[in-house]
Design a protein around this ligand. Structure first.
Ligand code: AMP
Length: 285
C-alpha cells in the first residue's frame, strides 16, 4: 500500500518536514516539472538509497520559459505522476501553486542571478532561462530544506549552476547527480520527446550517435568535429550548438592539448522541438 501524500501549500509541506526532522530522519528532494518518465524514476530510486524520506515536486516554473517557448503546452499528467511516485516509495508529492512559490507573483519575485555561465550555451539560446531555474530551485529548496538534492546529468549546465549556487549553502545540501537514462534507441528520455513524430524521433537518434562519435576522438577539436559531422549529416536536424566545456569550470575548452574531464554539449532542433544531450569525455589520461 502506498503512503504517498499529495500536498500543495508550503505550510503543509513544512509541517511534514518538521515531523520527520524531529524523528531524526534525513530528506532527499527531487524537483521536476512532471510528465514523469523513467529518467525521473531513476532520480527517485537514487534518492531512496540516500535518505529516509523523499519529496518530489511537480511544478512547471513559468520563470524558466522564454517568450514563444512551450510553457502552455508543456505536458502535464499529474494523475499518472502520482501513480508512478506511489509505486516508487515517495513520501510526499508536492504540487505547489504559483502563489506558494512566488507569493508576490512570478514577475515581482527577487531573481537569483545565474552569473556568466548562465548566459552561455543553453543560456545564450534561452535568455533568462537559468536565472528562472536558479530562482525556483532556491525557493523550492528553502521550503523543503533537504539534506540531498537529486538531479539529472542530462541537464548538465543546470546541474553545474545549481551545484555552484548550493556550494556555500548552510546547512549544506549535497547535490547528487544521476546518469542520463536513455531509451532503447539511445535517445535521452525527456518529457519533450512526446512532441516528436516518428520521423523526427528517427532523426533524434543522430544525437546519441554524435556523442558516441565524439567519445572515440583523441583530442578536443576532433571530438567536437566528429559530433558536428554526425549532426550536420542529418538533414532534418538544425544544429543549435556543439560545445566542449571543462567539467569543473563549465568554460569552453579552448586548447587542443586540454587534459582532464570535459562535457560535450549538444543542442538541436528537430521540427519544432528543441533537444539537448551531453556526454562526459576525458582527455590526456
Ligand atoms: P524536468 O522535469 O525536465 O525539469 O527534469 C527534472 C529532473 O529530471 C532534472 O534534474 C533532470 O536533469 C532530470 N532528468 C530529465 N531527464 C532525465 C533523463 N533522461 N535521465 C536522468 N535524469 C533526467
Amino acid at each position: 500500500m502506498s503512503t504517498l501524500q499529495s500536498v500543495t501549500s508550503v505550510v503543509d509541506l513544512r509541517a511534514q518536514v518538521d515531523t520527520w526532522r524531529k524523528a531524526g530522519e534525513s530528506i532527499a528532494f527531487v524537483p521536476t516539472m512532471g510528465a514523469l518518465h523513467a529518467g525521473h524514476h531513476q532520480l527517485v530510486r537514487v534518492a531512496c538509497e540516500r535518505a529516509d524520506r523523499i519529496v518530489v515536486s511537480v511544478y512547471v516554473n513559468p520563470l524558466q520559459f522564454g517568450q514563444g517557448e512551450d510553457f502552455e503546452k508543456y505536458p502535464r499528467n499529474i494523475d499518472a505522476d502520482f501513480e508512478a511516485l506511489a509505486g516508487l516509495g515517495v513520501d510526499v508529492l508536492w504540487t505547489p501553486a504559483e502563489s506558494d512559490i512566488y507569493p508576490d507573483g512570478a514577475l515581482r519575485t527577487e531573481l537569483t542571478d545565474a552569473g556568466p555561465i548562465g548566459d552561455v550555451w543553453e543560456g545564450a539560446s534561452r535568455p533568462g532561462h537559468f536565472t528562472g531555474v536558479l530562482t525556483v530551485v532556491k525557493r523550492l529548496v528553502e521550503a523543503v530544506t533537504p539534506d540531498y538534492l537529486v538531479m539529472g546529468q542530462k541537464d548538465a549546465q543546470q546541474l553545474w549552476l545549481v551545484q555552484t549556487m548550493l556550494a556555500t549553502q548552510a546547512p549544506p545540501i549535497e547535490v547528487i547527480p544521476v546518469a542520463t537514462v536513455r531509451d532503447e534507441d539511445a535517445v535521452a528520455l525527456s518529457s519533450r520527446n512526446a512532441y516528436l513524430s516518428a520521423d523526427e524521433r528517427q532523426s533524434a537518434q543522430a544525437i546519441p550517435r554524435a556523442l558516441g562519435a565524439a567519445k572515440t576522438a583523441r583530442t578536443p577539436e576532433s571530438a567536437v568535429q566528429a559530433a558536428r559531422d554526425v549532426l550536420t549529416s542529418e538533414p532534418s536536424l538544425t544544429l543549435d550548438y556543439v560545445a566542449l566545456v571543462d567539467s569543473t569550470t563549465f568554460e569552453e575548452v579552448s586548447s587542443d592539448t586540454f587534459a582532464g574531464d570535459a562535457q560535450l554539449l549538444i543542442a538541436v532542433r528537430v521540427g519544432g522541438t528543441r533537444l539537448i544531450d551531453n556526454a562526459r569525455l576525458t582527455f590526456g589520461q
